[in-house]
Design a protein around this ligand. Structure first.
Ligand SMILES: Nc1ncnc2c1ncn2[C@@H]1O[C@H](COP(=O)(O)OP(=O)(O)OP(=O)(O)O)[C@@H](O)[C@H]1O
Ligand SMILES: [Mg+2]
Length: 359
């Protein structure tokens, strides 16, 4: 009965999903040891009985039983030795495996750390390089743009009629270039943590209105309508120029990535306390344009990222650096706020900016 129970337990343990090679060998070994102990006990009892002469069996019988037992013990001992050897081999294999894996893990961790350090170094070098190039480009560009503005405003006399169109085109492109260079400078400043906010009370609605006025001609050129819903709300503590830049980046994206005739909605209000804990002013910019594919949505705030397929590139033109959202997010976060996006391809894109009432 006792053997039956042991056997039953042993079987259950072997089929357990946790039982590894070790358990498979350890079980029979334990069983053999128990059997050996029992056999030894039997012999001892028999010998004790024969010594006390209380046993019925003859000495010859006893010797025979003892010899059988001896033989069994030998067999069991051999089996035990085999199982022990097996157990040791499995243990050694396991130890070796664990050792190898630990070493491999340590190696890949060291590799990752090295790669990380290298990436950080390259990223710093890139930001530094961009900063130097942008600075060098900006000085002559400011002068070129300034003179072109004066030329177009006829400060040096009226332009000959055939020159009007080419000069206007040169001026437009010079402005584009300056905008790109300014973005590159902003990028490197944010990356290096060199942007400081000049805080003052900022009326989010007023700044949004200004940005919309500035961008309306751009929207009109694409026959788009900008619909503003601005609720009067208490001022936030922020940097008006930077907040303006955030809104311009979002609205100009909405214009750029929405086909002709589309609709852009800009809303300013207090974030509803039910949805957002705390005191936040909220800005939402929504368009019914091409949307952002879900697979790429997480990348749009990274620098130099354009996730739209090539077919949309003609509309974005050469002045698209893929920096606008990186800069917008950097500026929002400097204010202690956050920016999120929701979108559905070919349906809509909506950016939500939350800015804390107090810094
Ligand atoms: N409203 C939007 N609708 C669809 N896609 C958008 C929208 N806003 C941004 N994106 C996608 O996110 C990418 C990153 O936007 P971001 O403003 O950073 O760069 P950009 O507009 O390409 O260039 P830049 O702003 O530097 O001129 C865009 O290239 C575009 O693929
Ligand atoms: Mg942009």
């Amino acid at each position: 009965m006792a053997d039956g129970e042991r056997g039953g337990r042993g079987r259950r343990r072997r089929t357990s999903p946790d039982a590894g090679g070790l358990a498979a060998v350890a079980d029979p070994v334990a069983r053999l040891e128990l059997e050996l102990r029992a056999a030894r006990r039997t012999i001892e009892v028999l010998i004790a009985r024969s010594e006390r002469r209380v046993t019925v069996p003859t000495q010859a019988e006893l010797f025979e039983v003892a010899a059988r037992m001896e033989q069994q013990i030998e067999e069991r001992t051999r089996e035990l030795a085999d199982k022990r050897a097996e157990l040791e081999a499995v243990t050694a294999n396991l130890d070796q495996g664990v050792l190898l894996r630990t070493r491999a893990l340590a190696e890949s961790e060291a590799q990752l750390l090295r790669k990380n350090a290298e990436l950080e170094r390259q990223s710093k070098m890139k930001a530094e390089f961009i900063s130097i190039v942008a600075h060098e480009l900006r000085t002559p560009l400011v002068s070129i743009v300034g003179y072109l503005d004066l030329l177009v405003e006829a400060r040096f006399g009226e332009l000959a009629e055939p020159m009007e169109r080419p000069v206007a085109s040169i001026r437009r492109n010079a402005h584009r270039l300056k905008r790109l260079v300014d973005e590159m400078l902003d990028f490197s400043r944010i990356e290096a943590g060199r942007v400081r906010l000049a805080r003052e009370p900022v009326e989010l609605g007023v700044v949004a209105d200004d940005a919309i006025t500035e961008l309306t001609p751009l929207a009109q050129a694409k026959r788009q309508e900008i619909i503003a819903t601005i609720v009067p709300i208490a001022a936030i503590s922020g940097d008006a120029d930077k907040v303006h830049q955030i809104i311009v980046n979002l609205v100009s994206n909405a214009i750029r990535y929405t086909p002709d005739g589309g609709e852009i909605r800009v809303a300013v209000d207090d974030a509803p306390a039910i949805t957002y804990a705390g005191d936040w002013a909220r800005l939402r910019v929504r368009d019914n344009g091409i949307g952002i594919p879900a697979a790429h949505r997480h990348r749009i705030f990274e620098p130099f990222t354009d996730v739209q397929p090539a077919k949309h590139h003609t509309s974005s033109g050469p002045d698209s650096a893929g920096l606008g959202l990186f800069i917008a997010r950097g500026l929002v976060e400097l204010h202690g706020g956050l920016i999120t996006v929701e979108s559905e391809e070919d349906q809509f894109t909506e950016f939500t900016v939350l800015l804390p009432r107090t810094a």
